[in-house]
Design a protein around this ligand. Structure first.
Ligand code: NAD
Ligand code: DAU
Length: 378
C-alpha cells in the first residue's frame, strides 16, 4: 500500500542509509527527507537516490513548528521516522543549548505537528506512525565487572568473529532506568519522555528504539572510526581518550537501517525496542584493528602506524561501558545483524579509503556547496 513518510535527518549518517533503503525498497512510497543541513547533513550522501521519483528533499528545521505542520498537511504524511538530532557527545559538552533546542524542542515540534495534522483527519491515528530513533546512551553507563572480557551470554552474527566478549554481566534492556550523563544523552532522554508522553496523553501512535553505536560509510569524521581512518591515512595522531578502556557495542549501519524498516512496519505501537549486536569492543582494541586494517589496505606493513596512538585527556563524564540486550527485537521481530565486526570494519575502512574525495569535501567544508548546486531555485 502506498504511504508518504517523512524521514527527518535523512542527510546525516544513519538517516541517509534509512532513506536509501526505503526509496529503493518501496517504490510505491513517497519518501520526504526533511533536514536542516547542519554541519552533519550532507546531500552528497544520497547522490544515488536523489533523482528517484519517490524521493523528495525539503530543507527545514524540525524546530519550525508551523513549517513542519504545513509540510505534513501538504504532503499528507502517514508516518514520521525521526532521526534528526545533534548527535556528537563532545559537541554537547561545549554547547548544550543547541542539543536541548534540536533534540528536545525539535522533537516536541514534530510531535505537536503530527498530533495536530492526524487529529484533523477523519481516520485520525488509524494507519499512522511516529517512530522516534533514540540511543542506548540514555540508560547511562554499565560497570566493567570483567575487564578481561568473558564469553557473553548471547551472541549474534555481529559478535561471532575472533573477538566475542562481554566486559560485564549486566546489559541495557528496555526496562533499564534512564540515567543519562552527557548533555547529548540528557536531551535524547528528554525527547524519549516527550514521545512516550504523547502516546500516553493523546494516544499518538509512537514507537521508540534505543540503538548502540553505528559505524559504516558516510559517518561524519568527528566520530571515532572515520576520524581515525582518515588520521591513519594521513599519519596524524590518534587521540585516544583516557586509557582507551571504554567499551561500546557496535553495529554496521545497514543492520540498524534494516531494523528500522522492520520496526516501522511490524513493531507494536507504544513499545520500545533495543537495537544492538552483542558486539562489545574496548576503544583501544578497535583502534588497533583500524590501524592494522588501514595499513594492510594501503599496502603498508601491518601495524606500522601503532605509534600514532596518543593518549589524551579523557572526555568529561565519559561513560565506561554500553552493552545492549536486543533479545526482544530478535525474538519478536526476527531481526539479526548480518555482518561480523571484522568484516564490517574491513568494508568501512575500504569505503573511506576509496572515497577520499568525500572525506576531503567534508573536512574542507565543500560538501555544504552541494545543496546550492543541486537544489537552488527548485
Ligand atoms: P548525524 O549527526 O550524522 O545526522 C543528523 C542529521 O540531522 C543531519 O543530517 C542534520 O543536518 C540533521 N539535523 C540536525 N538538526 C536538525 C534540525 N534542527 N532540523 C532538521 N534536521 C536537523 O546523526 P546520526 O549519527 O546519523 O544519528 C541519527 C539519529 O540516530 C540521532 O537521533 C541519534 O541520536 C541516533 N543514534 C545514533 C547512533 C550512532 O551511533 N550514530 C546510535 C544510536 C542512535
Ligand atoms: O551509543 C550510541 C551513540 O554512539 C550515539 O547515540 C551517538 O550519537 C554516537 O555519536 C555514538 O556516541 P559515542 O560517544 O560512543 O561515539 P564516538 O564515536 O564519539 O566515540 C566512541 C568512543 O571513542 C567513545 O568512548 C569516545 C572515544 N573517542 C572518541 C573520539 C571522537 C576517543 O577515544 N577519541 C576520539 O577522538
Amino acid at each position: 500500500m502506498s504511504k508518504t513518510i517523512i524521514i527527518t535527518g535523512g542527510a546525516g549518517f544513519i538517516g541517509s542509509h534509512v532513506v536509501r533503503l526505503f526509496v529503493n525498497k518501496y517504490p510505491d512510497y513517497r519518501i520526504i527527507n526533511l533536514d536542516k543541513l547542519t554541519y552533519a547533513g550532507n546531500l552528497s550522501n544520497l547522490k544515488d537516490v536523489e533523482q528517484k521519483p519517490n524521493y523528495k528533499f525539503v530543507k527545514m528545521d524540525i524546530c519550525d513548528f508551523p513549517a513542519v505542520l504545513k509540510l505534513m498537511q501538504d504532503e499528507q504524511a502517514d508516518g514520521i521516522i525521526h532521526l534528526a538530532a545533534e548527535s556528537h557527545v563532545d559537541r554537547s559538552i561545549k554547547d548544550p543549548f543547541s542539543f536541548a533546542q534540536t533534540n528536545v524542542m525539535g522533537t516536541l515540534s514534530l510531535l505537536q505537528a503530527a498530533k495536530a495534522y492526524w487529529e484533523s483527519l477523519p481516520e485520525k491515528y488509524e494507519g499512522k506512525r511516529f517512530y522516534h530513533i533514540s540511543t542506548d546512551e540514555v540508560y547511562g553507563a554499565l560497570e566493567m565487572t570483567n575487564p578481561e572480557g568473558i564469553e557473553p551470554p548471547f551472541s549474534t552474527k555481529a559478535s561471532s568473529g575472533a573477538h566475542h566478549l562481554a566486559y560485564g554481566s549486566a546489559f541495557f534492556t528496555e526496562k533499564t532506568k534512564y540515567q543519562p550523563h552527557s548533555p547529548y544523552s540528557a536531551a535524547k532522554a528528554s525527547s524519549d519522555h516527550f514521545v512516550r508522553a504523547f502516546h500516553d496523553t493523546f494516544g499518538l501512535p509512537t514507537i521508540v528504539t534505543n540503538c548502540s553505536n553505528n559505524y559504516g560509510p558516510y559517518q561524519f569524521p568527528e566520530k571515532l572510526i572515520p576520524l581515525f581512518v582518515n588520521n591513519i591515512r594521513h599519519r596524524k595522531p590518534l587521540p585516544v581518550y583516557g586509557k582507551g578502556e571504554n567499551d561500546r557495542d557496535w553495529l554496521y549501519v545497514e543492520d540498524p537501517a534494516r531494523a528500522i524498516d522492520l520496526i516501522f512496519h511490524k513493531g507494536q505501537i507504544a513499545e520500545t525496542y533495543n537495537i544492538g549486536g552483542f558486539n562489545e569492543w574496548k576503544n583501544i582494541d578497535i583502534v588497533k584493528l583500524l590501524i592494522k586494517t588501514t595499513d594492510r589496505l594501503l599496502g603498508r606493513p601491518e601495524g606500522v602506524d601503532m605509534d600514532l596512538i596518543t593518549y589524551v585527556t579523557d572526555r568529561a563524564g565519559h561513560d565506561l561501558r554500553y552493552a545492549i540486550d536486543s533479545t526482544k527485537l530478535q525474538r519478536e521481530l526476527g531481526w539479526e545483524p548480518s555482518l561480523q565486526f571484522e568484516e564490517g570494519i574491513e568494508k568501512t575502512v575500504r569505503w573511506y579509503l576509496d572515497n577520499q574525495a568525500w572525506l576531503d569535501a567534508v573536512t574542507s567544508g565543500d560538501y555544504q556547496k552541494y545543496y546550492e548546486s543541486m537544489y537552488q531555485g527548485r
